[in-house]
Design a protein around this ligand. Structure first.
Ligand SMILES: [Zn+2]
Length: 328
């Protein structure tokens, strides 16, 4: 009989930004890592979302022991509503990531029986022949993990998306000491994912973003509109911090942004001093230089709040020329 082999099959996310999804298969056991989507490129006219091709998995459903999610970005969780509509497997993620997944499943009205389990760095789970130990990685969203996967043929390290930032917004840097320890024990394979890692130089700390926000928010004569992904919880935190410093109120615009911020506040991943967050019905009569909007649309997603504002199609927020003399 042939010796059993470990198969590692990327269904997306290799040499591209988006739709991250990896299959690991050993004998009768399959685990999946991430289930992300990709936003369409400019020439993909009429395409709303790009999903990984999961046909390989459909006939092997009964062998899928679990789906492990490294963090809550769209390119890692965005395909879940579509995948779970087709197959049922337990999901494992950290607490904030689980919160983001639940918000997403609710928005898409996906009725699924899939169990959403919480895992945390330092703990270990066993899924079939795979033993998985998450470790902390620093990324633009809190509660991100990489995975140490012990398989019958050796140890695999899957970095998840990471950044080596010694001053991250949430104060949790990548667990380099655990990685160093693994290095001495021997690792079969490292799967490493960090956008633009092949470019020389280094990425500045998120602290630099905080300084830029301070500059803009303190100096802008009118309203400030900041576009980001709704899942970029750390960025929203930076906006709140900066707005609080310069006595501006923060309006969270758009449903996905509002749902995410509410969930992150409830779980304690986002902190806002009393009275900083405002509702859109409080907007009327407020001086323009006291306002910050946080909206989706940083990548020009067609239905996002920013794109609707730019097209004069947003019913609550209208873009106007800056008139420094005007206070409202
Ligand atoms: Zn990411």
């Amino acid at each position: 009989m042939a010796k059993p082999r470990l198969k590692i099959i990327p269904l997306g996310g290799l040499s591209e930004i988006g739709k991250n999804m990896m299959v690991m298969e050993y004998q009768n056991d399959i685990i999946l890592i991430d289930a992300g989507l990709m936003f369409p490129e400019e020439e993909m006219l009429g395409v709303d979302l790009v999903l990984p091709d999961t046909s390989y998995l459909l006939e092997k459903q009964g062998r899928i022991r679990g789906i492990i999610i490294t963090h809550g970005h769209e390119d890692h969780i965005g395909a879940l509503p579509y995948l779970l509509a087709q197959l049922n497997a337990p999901i494992y993620s950290t607490k904030l990531t689980r919160g983001l997944i639940s918000v997403k499943l609710k928005q898409r009205r996906v009725g699924t029986k899939a169990k959403l389990n919480v895992i945390s760095p330092g703990s270990e789970i066993t899924l079939g022949k795979f033993k998985i130990e998450p470790f902390s990685v620093c990324h633009s969203i809190p509660d991100s993990i990489g995975l140490i996967i012990h398989t019958p043929v050796g140890t695999i390290v899957h970095s998840g998306d990471f950044k080596l930032d010694y001053t991250p917004v949430d104060g949790k840097p990548t667990d380099l000491s655990r990685l160093a320890q693994l290095g001495t024990q021997g690792t079969l394979l490292l799967l490493s994912d960090s956008t633009y890692a092949e470019l020389p130089g280094y990425t500045p700390s998120e602290r630099v973003v905080g300084e830029a926000l301070d500059r803009v928010i303190s100096q802008a004569p009118g309203r400030v509109i900041i576009a980001t992904f709704s899942s970029l919880v750390s960025r929203v935190q930076q906006v709140i911090n900066s707005a609080a410093k310069y006595q501006r109120r923060v309006f969270i615009v758009g449903r996905s942004m509002t749902d995410t911020v509410r969930m992150a506040l409830e779980l304690g991943y986002l902190n806002a001093p009393d009275g900083i967050l405002a509702r859109l019905d409080e907007l009327k009569g407020m001086p323009r230089n006291k306002i910050v909007f946080v909206v989706t649309g940083s990548q020009g997603e067609p239905t996002s709040a920013l794109v609707r504002m730019a097209n004069r199609d947003h019913h609550q927020v209208h873009i106007v020329p800056v008139a420094p003399a005007m206070s409202r």
